[in-house]
Design a protein around this ligand. Structure first.
Ligand code: ADP
Ligand code: MG
Ligand code: MG
Length: 303
């Protein structure tokens, strides 16, 4: 189990006199939970996602982003000591945050020619595994040294590949995940620069999350611009992430539509850089019917 915790998070655009955007965000997402983060355009939803990711365009001026890990979060292979249970994400690089189990959306390295989805995903998975080992290796170094003699007998620790997941092993993982997500096999063979449609990109984002098995996935407007069939495919994929691998989801969306298919346990409304209101799925329905104005009125009445 992992918990992502935002405490009184303040952030501004990272330039001199940059605009203040986040004004004290408090939010807690645990593995296995689905949270919808809603709110009008310009309220700070994407900035919240980007600050969690470590985007250099923003500067955190106050507050914290913490990740709490429980003992067996990464299975048997990585032991999480008591002093490694809480991480201050703001001190870490984006790839380190990802290695700790935060999924931050799909990156398209468009400049790479002739790389298939399969190879790209395998590389991403191996990079994550390697980064994670580095983050936790300090305490384990002595153990590793004393185990040196048995080194070559373990295929996961062979010096040549240093624990890389090989092509055929990865094919198996990919097949299983694509089946889980009910995705067409053709995706795996496509090239990264082959010009995916908007909907295909969103499906690939979910596939990447399935492969990387994050503790918490932040999905920003994954529902935007999808027709109803694609929306359902993407929604099924998100539900599978939660149901099959216990991923916690922070689903950022302007519209209630996707929440008909991905039912949130918690709904939050962001307004002017703060969470102005939280509730359950009924809150999303009320927003659908009545818009955001009543939230604004309530906030300014009590302020
Ligand atoms: P949302 O995702 O809720 O629509 P954003 O987080 O994208 O909102 O933006 C919140 C506000 O901050 C908007 O007014 C936007 O114009 C401003 N903003 C966001 N990023 C930047 C940036 N890099 N430079 C300047 N202004 C920005
Ligand atoms: Mg946005
Ligand atoms: Mg350790």
């Amino acid at each position: 189990m992992a918990t992502l915790q935002l405490n009184n998070l303040h952030a501004k655009v990272a330039e001199e006199d940059g605009e203040k955007i986040l004004d004290g965000v408090d939010l807690e997402v645990k593995s296995g939970e689905i949270h919808a983060l809603m709110g009008p355009n310009g309220s700070g939803k994407s900035t919240t996602a980007k600050v969690i990711a470590g985007h250099p365009a923003y500067e955190v001026t106050e507050g914290e982003v913490l990740l709490h890990l429980e003992e067996g979060e990464f299975g048997d292979e990585i032991e999480i000591d008591e002093d490694d249970r809480t991480w201050n994400l703001l001190e870490l690089e984006p790839n380190e945050r990802a290695a700790l189990g935060i999924f931050l959306g799909f990156q398209y390295p468009a400049e790479i020619e002739g790389v298939t989805m399969t190879n790209f995903l395998r590389t991403a998975l191996n990079a994550k595994i390697e980064e994670r080992e580095e983050l936790f290796e300090e305490d384990d170094e002595e153990e590793a040294e004393s185990e040196d003699e048995g080194y070559e007998t373990s295929p996961m620790e062979g010096p040549a590949d240093d624990g890389d997941i090989g092509v055929s092993e990865f094919q198996e993982i990919l097949r299983e995940k694509m089946e889980q997500l009910e995705m067409d096999e053709k995706f795996a063979h496509r090239y990264l620069n082959a010009g995916f449609s908007g909907g295909e990109k969103k499906q690939n984002e979910v596939l990447q999350a399935a492969i990387l098995e994050p503790s918490i996935a932040v999905l920003d407007e994954i529902d935007s611009g999808l027709d109803i069939d694609r929306l359902q495919d993407v929604a099924n994929g998100i539900n599978a992430l939660r149901d099959e691998q216990g991923t916690g989801i922070l689903q950022i969306t302007h519209y209630q539509r996707i929440l008909d298919y991905v039912e949130p346990d918690h709904v939050h409304v962001m307004l002017d850089g703060q969470i102005a209101q939280s509730g359950d799925a009924e809150l999303a329905e009320k927003l659908e019917d009545e818009g955001y104005d009543w939230v604004r009125e309530q906030v300014y009445e009590t302020a």
